[in-house]
Design a protein around this ligand. Structure first.
Ligand code: EPZ
Length: 419
């Protein structure tokens, strides 16, 4: 299995254009099922999670063509409503197809998406909301069988007890088929939800409120295919910025909206970085060891994003001073800590809290990715560490980062993929 080999301690300089957002393009690709005809998605990143999603679309009967970062999905020939277990296991977030298939075909069958490296990943909110819209859902031997009850789906007011990103997206998609008005109270407010809303509007869906905690969808309208450009990946942008913060230097990241990453950028400034932002780019300058900062508590948007927790922790672990992290979203999102400790990090974990005491400088080691963002965190740590780091289990990183090594080399990092 190939691994990254990184010679740390080289400052980074230059500019990197961020790829399209994984957590936006996945629901948008599922939403292509809603409208018969060919939709075209631009700025579609080359990620293994995207490939898995395109495989599902093909299996369901869609014609899918890809040319660079542009993907054409023709959903006219959609005829299947069941997603086999091996594809569900490959990517648990395929649960997003539930709402889209119910909306277009009135039924869906998929195996229960299991937990993942971040711990149990329940979907009780998804199922409760879809049942409330009129879906009959049975769970048999790990398979979910969903069908519109007699009378079909019907719009109504729904309340999510947790602002779940996936549940909000699933309801938005299912509601497109529901005659009448669906109101989601307690919706997630992430920028990726706004991106999905903008695509649905292009399909002809009367929808509004995304980005706030109340989203309304007027369902039952005839939809048509559309062309849409996906937003830039704000978490990938955070990764490059934290890498520059850890290694030192000056790096510009383009193709994303810094105002979707305010919580992370303010932490980096508090740690001693200088950051200049414009509408679609940020420039970070880091000239000295990073300082400890006020407690970092992950929270639903616009709070500090859980996906950036490991990445920022890795940058601060090689600095000076102490920072308390509190992971409030997932049950076990500190699996990267043991691997950072192998690089000399001083991190004490107690339940949801992790106290990071800057080690002054980490040192290279042989480490392995434990999950997508945990793997990215190891790359950030290695860029600032003294000596050579080997990072194994690259499959996790490939789920969410397009040409990470090549982009970092262009910034002056010494990183190679060793076959
Ligand atoms: C999305 O996952 C993202 N994935 C995650 O990014 C991200 O970490 C997460 O949102 C939070 O921002 C995609 O968009 C593909 P949730 P999702 O439903 O939708 C609990 C990455 O690294 N919950 O908002 O699965 C759940 O257990 C990935 O790119 C229920 O209890 O997250 C968690 O504690 C990792 N019941 C919390 O809500 C439910 O029915 C938030 O989960 C659903 C969720």
């Amino acid at each position: 299995m190939s691994y990254y080999e990184i010679q740390g301690g080289r400052a980074l300089f230059g500019s990197v254009a961020i790829h399209g957002a994984k957590n936006s393009v996945l629901p948008i690709l599922a939403a292509c099922l809603l409208a018969p005809g060919q939709s075209v998605i631009e700025n579609c990143p080359e990620l293994s999670d995207v490939s898995a999603t395109l495989d599902i679309l093909r299996l369901l009967g869609c014609r899918v063509d890809r040319e660079g970062d542009t993907v054409a999905v023709d959903a006219s020939t959609l005829y299947r409503w069941d997603i086999p277990e091996h594809l569900m296991r490959e990517m648990r977030s395929s649960v997003i197809f539930l709402g889209a298939l119910l909306a277009r075909l009135g039924k869906a069958e998929l195996s229960y998406p299991g937990g993942c490296e971040l711990g149990p990943r329940p979907i009780d909110l998804h199922l409760a909301a879809l049942r409330a819209l009129g879906a009959g859902i049975t769970e048999e031997q790990g398979a979910l069988c969903c069908e519109c009850r007699r009378g079909g789906l019907q719009g109504r007011k729904l309340c999510l007890s947790i602002p779940s990103v996936g549940a909000t997206e699933n309801v938005m998609l299912a509601a497109c088929r529901c005659p009448g008005l669906t109101t989601i109270v307690g919706a997630a407010r992430e920028p990726e939800i706004v991106d999905l809303q903008e695509f649905l509007r292009c399909l002809g869906v009367p929808i509004s409120g995304a980005g706030t905690s109340t989203v309304t969808i007027q369902g039952g309208t005839q939809l048509h295919p559309a062309r849409y450009r996906v937003m830039g990946d704000r978490i990938a942008a955070a990764t490059y910025l934290c890498g520059a913060a850890a290694a030192g230097g000056e790096v510009e990241v383009t193709g994303f909206a810094p105002d979707t990453l305010t919580a992370v950028l303010s932490c980096l400034e508090e740690a001693g970085c200088v950051i200049h932002t414009e509408l679609d780019r940020a420039v970070l300058t880091s000239t000295g060891p990073l300082r400890g900062i006020d407690p970092v508590r992950t929270a639903p948007y616009p709070g500090f994003p859980t996906d950036a927790q490991a990445i920022l922790m890795a940058a601060l672990a090689g600095g000076e001073g102490a920072t308390l992290f509190v992971e409030n979203i997932f049950d076990s999102r500190y699996r990267h800590v043991d691997e950072l400790r192998r690089m000399g990090a001083n991190i004490q974990v107690a339940g949801r809290a992790a106290m990071v005491t800057g080690a002054g400088r980490l040192h290279g080691a042989a480490v392995r990715s434990t999950d997508l963002r945990g793997g990215a965190a190891l790359v950030v740590a290695a860029l600032g560490a003294e000596g050579t780091t080997q990072i194994h289990q690259l499959n996790h990183i490939r789920r969410g980062y397009q040409t990470l090594d090549k982009s970092l080399r262009a910034l002056g990092a010494e990183i190679q993929e060793v076959p």
